[in-house]
Design a protein around this ligand. Structure first.
Ligand SMILES: NC(=O)C1=CN([C@@H]2O[C@H](COP(=O)(O)OP(=O)(O)OC[C@H]3O[C@@H](n4cnc5c(N)ncnc54)[C@H](O)[C@@H]3O)[C@@H](O)[C@H]2O)C=CC1
Ligand SMILES: CC(=O)C(=O)O
Length: 319
């Protein structure tokens, strides 16, 4: 999988998928959850994008206790199918695809919603998604020169700082408190499994764009609802975000109402609604993760595998 990685091809495929969603041309029922007694959950995520002749499903487990067992928090598997016949085309790892397509969604949101000329990025939660948010955003928004990193595990922050300096060639600073990752930044990515706000309302400065990535299940939240009350909020999918995104708790508790949600990202990408309209406004992209992102990114990898001969051909025996 890693040998087939192509950041810009993935961003472009995911952007096309968002555009199709904005134009109302995808089939994607909201993701379904099973909640395990041990604290983790498992999700099923199907999608069909007719104009891209693309269909498939991801199954994905999420358990923040996994790193203690030597496993990733997010573990996924993807099947692509031929939309003409329903025949499987490929079965592939979905763990890297999830990280890549989530990085791509954050980068696309930043492209449409962050201030132009943004130079400083902050990240809270320097795990798998935090790293990919930084990587994809830096490579897509070409003006970032510095990244500020906070993680409750200093070794995670250190590992990301080394990646940023060595692989991306820009400055990285590790900070000792979340406030310092928020102050003075243009783009903030929050990427933790938190169930109560980490970022406080009175820390927020004019013009900030936030990619709220970590909240992707009921009860999860990373931002003080006071931030949502004063921000332009764009979600990836209204139904999913209402049940499981950054807006789920503030909606449930009455801090915001459905009227406060400005748009879905696909509508912005499709040009139906403008993204940022004012350099001083605060904008939030609430990402829950969409199946259309998964199948779009998976197809980039599948086609690269066909081109390069990587992967294993399987004959499926069907009666
Ligand atoms: N929106 C989306 O499309 C997706 C969302 N996610 C969600 O993103 C979150 C992170 O996932 P991964 O990066 O894969 O997990 P991870 O376990 O690799 O990284 C999480 C990081 O957050 C840090 N952390 C935990 N609590 C913190 C706090 N209060 N302050 C600062 N750092 C803290 C941990 O030390 C760890 O380094 C999860 O909630 C996951 O469900 C995951 C994939 C896609
Ligand atoms: C983890 C998750 O929910 C997603 O991949 O969208």
């Amino acid at each position: 999988m890693a040998r087939l990685f192509d950041l810009h091809a993935i961003v472009s495929a995911v952007e096309e998928a968002f555009r199709e969603k904005g134009l109302g041309r995808v089939q994607m029922p909201p993701k379904q959850y099973l909640f395990f007694e041990g604290g983790g959950d498992w999700r099923i995520m199907p999608a069909y994008i007719p104009s891209m002749r693309l269909a498939g499903v991801k199954t994905v487990g999420v358990n923040p206790q996994n790193p203690k067992r030597g496993l990733a928090t997010v573990i996924a598997l993807i099947e692509l199918v031929d939309p003409d016949t329903g025949h499987p085309l490929a079965v592939m790892d979905g763990t890297l695809i999830t990280a890549w397509r989530t990085g791509a969604a954050g980068a696309i949101a930043a492209k449409y919603m962050a201030r132009s000329g943004s130079t400083v990025m902050g990240v809270i939660g320097a795990g798998v998604q935090g790293r990919m948010q930084v990587y994809f955003t830096v490579e897509t928004v070409r003006t970032i020169t510095r990244v500020k990193i906070f993680d409750v595990r200093r070794e995670a922050a250190k590992s990301l700082a080394v990646f940023v300096e060595k692989e991306l060639g820009i400055d990285a600073s590790i900070v000792d408190e979340p406030l310092a990752a928020v102050k003075g930044v243009d783009i903030l990515a929050t990427c933790t499994p938190a169930r109560s706000p980490i970022v406080r309302g009175d820390w927020i400065e004019e013009g900030l764009h936030i990619n709220a990535i970590g909240a992707d299940a009921p009860g999860k939240e990373e931002l003080d609802p006071a931030i949502l009350q004063k921000a332009r909020i764009v979600v990836d999918d209204f139904v999913q975000a209402s049940h499981s995104g950054e807006i789920n708790v503030p909606l449930e508790e009455g801090y915001i109402s459905e009227r406060d949600i400005y748009a879905e990202l696909g509508e912005v990408v499709a040009g139906l609604k403008p993204g940022r309209v004012d350099d001083r406004e605060i904008t939030i992209f609430d990402s829950t993760g969409l199946a259309i992102q998964d199948v779009a990114a998976a197809r980039v990898v599948y086609e690269a595998a066909l081109r390069t001969g990587l992967g294993t051909r399987m004959k499926l025996v069907m009666a």
